[in-house]
Design a protein around this ligand. Sequence first.
Ligand code: M6R
Length: 381
Amino acid sequence: MEFYDDNLNVYTRDFEKVDIDAASLSKGKFESYMLKEIFEIPQALKDTNTTLSETDLPLDFIEILKNTPIINIVACGTAYNSAMAARYVIENLTRIPVNVEIASEFRYRNPIILKDSLFIAVSQSGETADTIAAVKLAKNLGAYVAVITNVASSSITNFANYTIHTKAGTEIAVAATKSYNCQLCAFYNLALYILKYRFNKDIKKYQEELYKLSYSAKKLLKNTEELITLAGQYSFNRSVFFLGRGLDYAVALEGSLKLKEISYIHSEGYAAGEIKHGTLALIEKGTLVVLLVTQKELAEKTMNALHEVKARGANVLAITQLNDIAKDSSLNHVIKLPEVDDLFAPVLEVIPLQLFAYYMARARGNDPDKPRNLAKSVTVE
Ligand code: M6R
């Protein structure tokens, strides 16, 4: 292999051995990469949590964690959706304000970035052009840039002051799955770093919750039958709506993105309390509404949306770990999650949504690994 610069002069580059084994590049016993990658979530969670909880942070990063007045986060697509969930988690645990923005919008609004504040970019591939451009701008404006990426040697890391490496393993399917779960874990670990270094808090109980997620994900993946049946029933619906409040709203965005990108069914992720301001007009007899209800304190309010959409003829599938909610007789279908603390629920509740999107795509005869019009990495603006 030879490398040439713009003037066609040969130059040398260093070679780096990357940590990818042959098994991660094959489908193994699975019919598609996407399904394989969903089933790799338990291992990916374990690897990510173990690595990040045992990492010694550099002193300059610790200083920023101790002092930053605000955290700005940018990303695209699924990575953006993970950041939306992170906002609730970080603000809830640390009370530090968090801004989340779509990377392609960030640099076109003349953003205000405080010098020495923490700026985080999230990118599975580390090659997304808009996210890299946002990072460059934030750095020029004086921010300390931390990058959350699944590819340790990716382009974005060249512009970062610090890289948080998720250990999802190679992700080949265009639709991001296990990388999303691991991005969430990276954010939980980040919030715990802040609790530990800035507020001197004991983080053991949270770490235990994080460790449990891998086992719970494994349990959840044992039963996929119900989702296959549901996909068969709804695969020819015109629209599917995902509703939730708080953290569940953030997960609704990801459930909707997953469904639309591989099944090509129109879908919206919406804040449950917002539907009566317009979206309710789209609900008709037989419309499927997926109601995400994992946040105990918000559950009663979220269930108001159930009655609103039922009254317009919708069929409702609830995803919850809460026993009272699961027993509600007005629900058409329920997927019960393993017991999980509300704050960590997104990591589990997204799994049935990923599987649902997958089986919907299959039921419609689509190739879930290669959705039309989309690429795994978007390296152009
Ligand atoms: O590699 P990145 O995380 O930067 O990619 C961002 C988006 O392009 C990506 O998440 C896209 O939305 C996926 N196809 C979603 O499944």
